[in-house]
Design a binder for this molecule. Structure first.
Ligand SMILES: COC[C@@H]1[C@H](c2ccc(C#Cc3ccccc3)cc2)[C@@H]2CN(C(=O)Nc3ccc(OC4CC4)cc3)C[C@@H](O)[C@@H](O)CN12
Length: 294
């Protein structure tokens, strides 16, 4: 039935089948409680950090330079996470302008030939690569900015946290979208050890109702040692991975100008995973409400 034969009235002698009032409508995609649900879990986590004496980091810049997101973290320029299959690079503005030049020089040095006891990566570090703007792939980019600032004045012990959106250029599926909220905590002080990291993890996760933790050796380019964190979930009767953690490497901290005996312990988890588990949601799309047709 076209608009023309509607206008020409010749629809009157056409045969129509009975209208089916029982036809199913379009499926109503994902519920829309999620911003409130996630916001409630986010506020609970913020309260936990504040009660533990942590200050919130300023995370209102989704756009970051590769320098702060990768190079400052001693993540080599040929690392796979840095290619456009895993990272959203910006076309405009494609490059960052202002970087602290003296610090950039020390970062170039530590990547190319090491220093402070490190061998470095022995490759030619390129400024153009560091200048590329991207959507931050982790809130650890904000942590590196905050630690650099800490080193600019006379060092004082600090506890920082952040809970904000991060972006990964990855295939989306039922439980993974191209973005999620990362939760990150860090403690910066003289002489911190792995024991302090394990202790602060027990303190933090016990406030989320997760008591018996287990730790597994892991790898991150910017932490050594690194540990995956597991907690036994009574409901599922199995060990659930609840986050990742580690001690930031000297190759990241020393070029910033932090004193040799200063250590930084840090950990991270996502906001979506706990929200899904705490509220029994099994499709991450219900949490975001994105109409992503796969
Ligand atoms: C690309 O995906 C990364 C994300 C996200 C993640 C992983 C690592 C970090 C980090 C870090 C880090 C490490 C060292 C120094 C600084 C930051 C942050 C987020 C979660 C981290 N994970 C995660 O959140 N799991 C989780 C957390 C809480 C929880 O609570 C329930 C009530 C019981 C349940 C589950 C672990 C896995 O889900 C993992 O498969 C997915 N991970």
């Amino acid at each position: 039935l076209t608009r023309e034969n509607m206008q020409r009235d010749d629809w009157k002698d056409l045969e129509f089948k009975e209208y089916n009032f029982c036809a199913k409508g379009q499926p109503a995609e994902g519920g829309h409680l999620h911003p409130l649900l996630k916001e409630r879990v986010r506020q609970q986590l913020k309260m936990i950090f504040l009660q533990m004496g942590f200050e919130e980091m300023p995370t209102n810049n989704f756009v970051e330079s590769s320098f702060w997101n990768f190079d400052a973290l001693f993540q080599p320029q040929q690392h796979p996470a840095r290619d456009s299959h895993d990272t959203f690079f910006l076309q405009a503005p494609s490059t960052t302008k202002q970087l602290p030049e003296d610090y950039v020089e020390r970062v170039k040095e530590i990547h190319e030939s090491g220093g402070y006891g490190s061998r470095g990566y022995a490759y030619e570090w390129k400024r153009d690569e560091a200048n590329k703007n991207l959507l931050r792939t982790h809130t650890t980019a904000v942590s590196s900015r905050m630690l650099y600032l800490l080193a600019q004045n006379s060092f004082l012990p600090k506890r920082y946290f952040s809970i904000d959106r991060v972006f990964r250029n990855e295939a989306v599926d039922r439980t993974h979208l191209a973005e999620f909220h990362q939760i990150e905590g860090l403690v910066c002080d003289r002489g911190l050890t792995l024991g302090d990291l394990i202790g602060v993890l027990h303190d933090f996760f016990s406030r989320l109702g997760m008591e018996n933790l287990r730790f597994k050796p892991a790898y991150n380019p910017y932490t050594e040692p690194s540990m995956e964190i597991f907690s036994y979930h009574e409901g599922f009767k199995k060990w659930v991975e609840i986050g990742n953690s580690g001690i930031f490497r000297p190759e990241m901290l020393r070029p910033m100008g932090l004193p040799e005996d200063v250590r930084v312990i840090a950990w991270g988890l996502s906001l979506e995973r706990p929200t899904m588990i705490l509220y029994g949601i099994d499709n991450i799309r219900d949490l975001f409400g994105h109409k992503v047709d796969l």
